[in-house]
Design a protein around this ligand. Structure first.
Ligand code: ATP
Ligand code: MG
Length: 325
């Protein structure tokens, strides 16, 4: 059986003043229909560039290698025209930047119905009644009234719901949700995550949810990918990755999460900062910040290796059990 989305050995080089620099480095993962896959990692780890490469929306001058297949159909290297047909219709994105998801000057109705009329070829009144239904799906009270309003008239959480409704307007198979809850308070966050969970159950929608916060994954993701320095450092079923993280970086991310009993304060942030583009350390990219590093970590780049079942990590050291070999 083919996966809905199959990403294999994806690399992305961005054009910089110092020449092309690798922002995504040999990343592979799959997403099945109705599956929610989370991508976590600190700022700059390459999460957004991974998502944009699926849509042909990388910054100008970017180059790619590897393969991104949707239903077996290769998307990398396809002409812009072809990818425009995929965007919205097959893969939709709720962007990290709220300003790009919704147009502040256009009424909600226009934003929801234009795509539908263009992509699905439905009449104005058909598009309108679908829009009312969509707003109901994302639990916007009084959808008729909401259609006449502008995005600025809604709270952040409601705006994000409308952005999701707009992304779902053409019934895509895959939703890329880039930090869909970052700017929202915890209760609203939970509401959006429940919404995504419901949509995958009711519509078989596949979701890639991107966040710097592993905690966001804990309630909804089936599988979790952890990225660092453009590389995938750990991947596996949510329960395995969150309950028994193998990579010291994943452990660090989890230790940095605020715990209910400590209020909102992060418990133990990972010391140091993630590498910048073009300055990825040799060997394991995380080694300068790693409590468990050995001499070889600065020279030998670890590859993803099976921990158990579908759980893999790119670290030869077991933070609990000592060195593997
Ligand atoms: N237009 C651009 N030109 C050059 N470098 C860029 C550009 N956009 C992003 N980068 C760099 O590419 C790397 C990967 O960026 P990306 O946006 O994918 O990170 P991210 O994981 O989404 O981070 P965040 O959590 O901050 O959104 C970073 O080092 C970033 O600074
Ligand atoms: Mg990002």
């Amino acid at each position: 059986m083919t996966n809905l989305l199959d990403i294999e050995a994806l690399s992305v080089w961005l054009a910089t003043r110092r020449g092309p620099q690798k922002a995504v480095d040999d990343v592979s993962f799959t997403v099945g229909a109705g599956e929610i896959v989370g991508i976590a990692g600190e700022s700059g780890s390459g999460k957004t560039m991974t998502a944009l490469s699926m849509l042909g929306l990388l910054p100008p001058g970017a180059t790619t290698a590897g393969s991104v297949r949707l239903d077996g159909d290769e998307l990398l290297g396809r002409p812009a025209r072809y990818l425009r047909g995929i965007r919205g219709r097959q893969i939709a994105m709720v962007s990290q930047d709220p300003a790009t998801s919704l147009h502040p000057m256009l009424r909600v109705e226009t934003q929801l119905t234009e795509h539908m009329r263009h992509h699905l070829g439905v009449s104005k009144s058909e598009a309108r009644s679908r829009a009312v239904e969509l707003l109901g799906t994302v639990r916007i009270p009084d959808p008729e009234r909401a259609l006449r309003a502008h995005p600025g008239q809604f709270s952040g959480g409601m705006r994000q719901r409308i952005a999701i409704a707009s992304a779902l307007a053409c019934e895509p198979k895959l939703l890329l949700a880039d930090e869909p809850t970052t700017a929202l308070d915890v209760t609203v966050q939970a509401g959006i995550l429940r919404l995504l969970d419901r949509l995958r159950r009711e519509r078989g929608l596949a979701v890639v949810i991107i966040t710097h916060d592993l905690g966001v994954m804990s309630s909804v993701a089936d599988r979790v990918c952890v990225m660092y320095g453009g590389r995938m450092v750990e991947v596996g079923p949510r329960s395995a990755v969150l309950a028994a993280p193998r990579h010291p970086y994943t452990r660090g991310l989890l230790a940095a999460l605020p715990h209910p009993e400590s209020g909102n304060a992060a418990l133990r942030p990972i010391p140091g900062s993630p590498p910048t583009l073009g300055a990825i350390p040799a060997g394991c990219a995380f080694h300068p910040r790693c409590d468990f590093r050995k001499d070889t970590c600065g020279t030998q780049r670890p590859v993803l290796a099976q921990v158990s079942g579908a759980h893999s990590a790119a670290c030869p050291i077991d933070p609990w059990g000592g060195p593997d070999e």
